[in-house]
Design a protein around this ligand. Structure first.
Ligand code: NDP
Ligand code: MG
Length: 385
């Protein structure tokens, strides 16, 4: 059997580097055809020398020149920017595009990869938050597989294997609750970015770690699940589970519930997306019941963590609302990480932006891109005031 050709968009990030660990573990099954980075040129150069991909893409202009020079004597070509991403995802040698870019910058490359007939392994949840309806319509039109990498969605996807004929009654997306679980609003006024960056169970990139602390990550995942699994909004519930062992659950029409469990380690959902429908033997650490004698579940506190309520509201409103939510969130998280806004201010700023950007009921791809641009501008302006 020939090797599966993989493009990893965002190869230098948390998911990207773990995806390369998976590829490294199965050298006769997978081949890295394309690797991309934003501004971590040093790491991309090392990855290119090790994996010898056909191309690498760099979106930062200064780093592009550095990488191009460093790889001048290699067979790897070095491409630049969004145009580079769009060109590289179309290569005939690629079977799966693993999109591990952070933020709405992942949207256009996903669209282009689907339109070139590639299967998508999706870590970049923002693609579905911004334009879920449009993306899933393209997935159907081009007959490609959309394989979730997000651990909760991988769990649901795994629970659905063999259940094609059986409708879902409901899904439960589990949430760790993040570092501030159990706190009330007064106790969140002064929290620092260092505290917010300390996730109890997962080690991830900075943006998703802040999203986890504010429960925006769970809000984005509710939207992602709605579109991935074609559900009504009321079929998607969130349950807080601090141990992050049950990765999510599906309830069927006979009341039976299936859960997927395991230690919190992204390598497993990444590997499953790349090997689906097969499972490959690996040496990842195994779960031990004696280390987790009690698993515990509780209701999500949407009053304290307003972002989760806002995400449900935008999903109910439809159109470009979730796109506005996502863009505003990307701006406020960057501002929080730059010490420019407080933790609780983030939800207020998102709410303001949601009120200010014009509603579009049936957006096209161009409408989404324009909404994303406008919402960012407006959020930045409110922060400046
Ligand atoms: P990181 O910040 O660690 O990595 C992001 C990657 O995207 C890096 O390679 C970065 O390049 C690149 N990148 C950043 N901005 C751009 C841009 N504008 N254009 C092109 N490339 C860009 O993020 P994570 O790996 O944590 O997350 C990636 C995605 O996966 C997110 O959507 C996240 O929500 C999702 N996810 C992550 C999980 C995790 O465990 N980390 C779990 C589930 C989902 P560089 O670093 O070189 O600048
Ligand atoms: Mg997740």
């Amino acid at each position: 059997m020939s090797k599966k050709g993989i493009a990893i968009l965002g190869a230098t990030g948390s998911v990207g580097t773990q995806a390369l660990d998976v590829i490294r573990a199965f050298p006769d099954k997978f081949e890295a055809v394309v690797l991309t980075c934003g501004s971590n040129g040093d790491l991309l150069i090392k990855q290119a020398l090790e994996f010898k991909p056909k191309s690498v893409v760099v979106t930062d202009p200064i780093q592009y020149k550095i990488v191009k020079e460093a790889l001048a004597l290699q067979r790897t070509t070095v491409l630049y920017g969004e145009e580079g991403l769009i060109e590289a995802v179309q290569y005939a040698e690629i079977d799966i595009v693993l999109n591990a870019i952070v933020g709405s910058a992942g949207l256009k490359p996903t669209v282009m990869a689907i339109q070139s007939g590639k299967d998508i392994a999706l870590a970049n949840k923002e693609t579905l938050v911004v334009a879920g309806e449009l993306i899933m319509a393209l997935v159907r039109e081009y007959g490609v597989n959309m394989l979730p990498v997000d651990s909760e969605h991988s769990a649901i996807f795994q629970c659905l294997v063999g259940e094609d004929q059986n409708p879902i009654e409901k899904i439960y997306v589990t949430a760790s609750g993040g570092p501030f679980r159990g706190r009330k609003r007064e106790e969140l006024l002064q929290v620092t970015k260092a505290q917010a960056l300390k996730h109890p169970n997962w080690s991830m990139g900075a943006k998703i770690t802040i999203d986890s602390a504010s429960l925006m990550n769970k809000g984005l995942e509710v939207i992602e699940a709605k579109w991935l699994f074609d559900l009504a909004i009321d079929q998607v519930d969130v349950i807080v589970h601090p141990q992050s062992i049950v990765h999510s659950l599906v309830q069927f029409e006979d009341g039976s519930m299936k859960a997927q469990m395991g230690l919190p380690d992204m390598k497993l959902p990444i590997q499953y997306a790349l090997t689906y429908p097969a499972r490959f033997e690996n040496n990842f650490e195994r779960f031990n019941f004696m280390d987790y004698p009690t698993l515990h579940f509780e209701k999500a506190d949407m009053e304290t963590f307003r972002n989760l309520a806002l995400a449900y509201e935008t999903l109910r409103a439809g159109g470009n609302k979730s796109c506005i939510l996502n863009a505003a969130n990307e701006v406020v998280v960057a501002a929080f990480l730059a010490d420019k806004v407080g933790f609780l201010e983030m939800s207020d700023l998102i709410e303001h932006t949601l009120e200010k950007v014009e509603f579009i009921a049936s957006p096209t791809l161009e409408d989404y891109l324009e909404t994303d641009r406008l919402a960012r501008l407006i959020t930045k302006e409110i922060i400046k005031d």
